[in-house]
Write a new protein. Structure first.
Length: 403
């Protein structure tokens, strides 16, 4: 199948051209007119399928309101459709292990979510993988995580420390705000006295030695299984250096320019939030993604909590003149692919998987719109505009041949 009359976003620029899909891969890429007729998508941009390394949306879909719980499988299917319609063809669902008293993040629930993804992934539109978030302050979760790694159910591990008073929550009040807004704590129950107690508890907690032996064991299991390791919310050069010693190769959401620069100097990939990049600021008051991008310190963007942000951030960065479009698109395609060793996707090039996004981005729409998404050459999402461009042809959404 030829897809013609496209604006191809290639590694080194944007050109008018066409590409041919054969057996789930890109067989030809041509500049200018295709050598034969095909499906015309005149005026649309063709991007590599977007790759998200950190999306927290599944937990939120399982429990969209405090206490309103839905089956994991149902939430997974609904999120899958949103990801496909956002142009995401590879997604790492971030699953947390018991770093709060919230029962959505217990070991039991985390295992159930991960096993559900493993059991249903062959039926999903998007190539969905597991990003396990290991809270180093909860070493009792290590045996479970190691078992899931050995079973091949986890494809990315991040090492986190959400102890208030450091990292993302240096300001204890910021931690209290997070607990009340997102974890369902009663704001009336967290007054000045509770904040004072938290501040004292932070001092005590900070003085406790971490069980770094457990962290080392988890890291060794991950490396043995060839699973990439990430650190989360690095705030200092010392923290980055410590994570590097455990074999960490990705620094997720560093909260300071110092930490991002230290990670870059150690050849660690730096991942920032796409919502942060689109909005021009961190929702938590930490390092702005645009500042890090301007400093040439960012290798990839991640959805974090909003699927549409990957595509929107890429075009927004180009619109503002921060990066040319082909460079901003790398942050959501070839950049994340490289960080986790996915050599078969992320670029519009011969031999790559035909994971594609067709996007309308011109004066007719205030924001770029995904008109179609293909995974391995099969349409997993399309809208009415794509149907009209195809001359009324109904494009069959088919996942039966994906695996």
């Amino acid at each position: 199948m030829w897809l013609t009359d496209l604006k191809l976003v290639l590694e080194d620029g944007v050109v008018d051209g066409a590409l041919r899909v054969l057996d789930g891969h890109i067989a030809e890429v041509v500049v200018g007119q295709a050598p034969q007729a095909g499906l015309s998508a005149r005026g649309l941009y063709a991007l590599p399928g977007l790759i998200d390394l950190h999306g927290d949306m599944l937990e939120r879909d399982i429990e969209p309101r405090p206490g309103a719980r839905f089956p994991t499988e149902l939430a997974l299917y609904e999120l899958d459709k949103r990801l496909a319609s956002s142009g995401i063809t590879t997604a790492y669902a971030a699953v947390s292990f018991a770093w709060t008293t919230n029962d959505l993040r217990t070991q039991e629930k985390a295992e159930e979510i991960i096993r559900t993804i493993g059991a249903r992934r062959a039926h999903l539109l998007v190539d969905t993988r597991v990003h396990a978030r290991f809270e180093i302050g909860n070493p009792e979760t290590a045996p479970l995580l190691e078992r899931l790694l050995e079973e091949g159910l986890v494809e990315l591990v991040s090492l986190m420390d959400h102890t208030p008073g450091q990292g993302q929550y240096k300001n204890v009040q910021k931690y209290v705000d997070f607990m009340t807004r997102w974890l369902g704590f009663d704001p009336e129950a967290i007054g000045a006295d509770m904040i004072h107690k938290l501040e004292n508890a932070v001092e005590v907690e900070a003085a406790k030695p971490r069980n770094w032996g457990i962290v080392r064991e988890v890291a060794e299991v991950a490396r043995r299984r060839h699973v990439p390791l990430a650190s989360h919310d690095d705030d200092t050069e010392d923290k980055v250096e410590q994570m590097a010693r455990y074999g960490v190769t990705i620094s997720e959401f560093p909260v300071s320019l110092e930490a991002a620069r230290a990670a870059h100097q150690r050849s660690m990939g730096v991942v920032m939030g796409a919502p942060n990049a689109y909005r021009g600021q961190s929702s938590g008051g930490n390092l702005g993604a645009v500042d890090a991008i301007r400093a040439s310190l960012v290798d990839a963007l991640a959805t974090d909590y909003f699927p549409a942000s990957l595509l929107q951030a890429a075009f927004r960065l180009a619109e503002l003149g921060i990066l040319p479009l082909h460079e901003s698109v790398k942050l959501v395609s070839s950049g994340p692919a490289r960080l986790v060793g996915l050599t078969d996707r992320g670029r519009l090039a011969v031999g790559q998987r035909a994971d594609l996004v067709l996007v309308e981005a011109d004066s007719s729409t205030a924001h770029p719109r995904v008109r179609a998404t293909l995974r391995q050459g099969h349409f997993i999402y399309q809208d009415g505009v794509m149907a009209r461009l195809a001359g009324g042809l109904v494009l069959r959404v088919d996942t039966s041949a994906l695996f």
